[in-house]
Structures are given as C-alpha cells and as structure tokens.
Write a protein that binds this ligand. Sequence first.
Ligand code: ADE
Length: 233
Amino acid sequence: MRIDILTLFPEMFTGFLDGSLLGAARASGLLDVRVTNIRDFAEGVHRQVDDRPFGGGPGMLLMPGPVVECVESVQCEALSPGHLVMLTPAGRRLDQSVVEELARHERLVLMCGRYEGFDDRVRQTLHPDEISIGDFVLSGGEVAAMVIVDAVARLVPGVIGDAESARQDSFSGAERLVEGPQYTRPREFRGLQVPEVLLSGDHRRIAEWRHEQAVTATRQRTQPINQPQRSMP
Ligand code: ADE
C-alpha cells in the first residue's frame, strides 16, 4: 500500500515513520509512505503558503494554490491518484470501520492543514474525504495523519506478524467490542491473581469468558460518567 502525506512540517514524521512497526513494514516493502512539503509548491521568494481570511477573523488560512498543486503533482506520480483525505475537525469521525474502509484503498493521499484551516476552494476543487480524529482541535492535521497511518498500517496484510492479532483487536469483528482484560506472568502480583479460567487450558471456556469480559468492558465504557443517575420509573 502507498500512503502520501502532504504537510508543511515533514520533519514531524521522521521518528514516527522509522519506529518499530512502520519502519519494518516500510523496509519490507509492504508499505510505501512518502512525505511531501506543500511549501515546495508555493510561489515567490517568500514561498508564502498562508494568508489572512477575507472578511476578517483570527489566524491564517492555507492558500488554495500551493495545496491544490501539491495534491495534483503527487497524484500524478503513480498510476492511481489514490483516495484523497483532508484532515479537519469538521470531517466525519474516524473509528475502526472508517479505518477498515481506508485500508481497502491501494493508495491514500493525506492532506494536513495548519493554522485556521484550508481556504474552502481546496475542498470545492478536490472533493476530498474529510476526516476528523475527534471533537477537539489540534494545531495541525499531522498528528491526525499519524493516527490514520498507524491504524491503517496494522490492517495491511503482513504488517502485523500475527493476522489473528489484528482480528482480535478492539472494535474488530461484527460486534465491535473493546477487548477485555489480559494477563501475563506472574500468576500473582501484589495479591492480585490471574483469573483461574485462563490457566485452565479449556479453550472453549476461555473464549466464552473473554467474550463475556469484552461485552462488560464495552458496556462500561459506553455508559456516561459523572452524569446524574436517572431513577427508574
Ligand atoms: N486538524 C485539527 N484538528 C483536527 C482533528 N480533530 N482531526 C483531524 N484533523 C484536525
């Protein structure tokens, strides 16, 4: 799979892309990740990429020219232009099913914004898939792009040694459950014991117990906290 990242801060990705899982996936050729600096497509001696919003308001906006030209140039580098994603807090919310959807593309092109966002004509010209990683504002799309690259890479066949491990991850499978608790050695830690069923060797009982634990964990995390309890009628 190929992933292109378009950003004004390419250096933010160096440590991230060389890290253990992604570094190995890139070295083995399973994943081809390329980072392009949007500023390379800016004009003039100052290579300006941002400007003040028309009509006033705080902050600076990314100008449409350098962004659109950067996208078009990168898309022409391969046979497939790829699935274009704009990272923005206004986008649809990322979850594991969106990650699975993104992982089905053979190529992704991720556009990272900075400042107060993109001039809207970037969106009107390119019609990207707008994605948010949550209802909070980051100082740029770079961290959001890293979240997508990490989550998508895990689903590329061969990237995780054990395919079963990705299938058992939280939110995978039809029920979209979070994983329940897991234990390793020692059998006792500060008086806390590993549940007996996990030591039983009975795989059917273990699978049933894990499923029950996952259902409980999922129910607990979707229950609102710090909310006044409604009394039953
Ligand atoms: N850029 C700024 N905030 C963001 C968010 N929450 N998700 C995606 N991109 C962003």
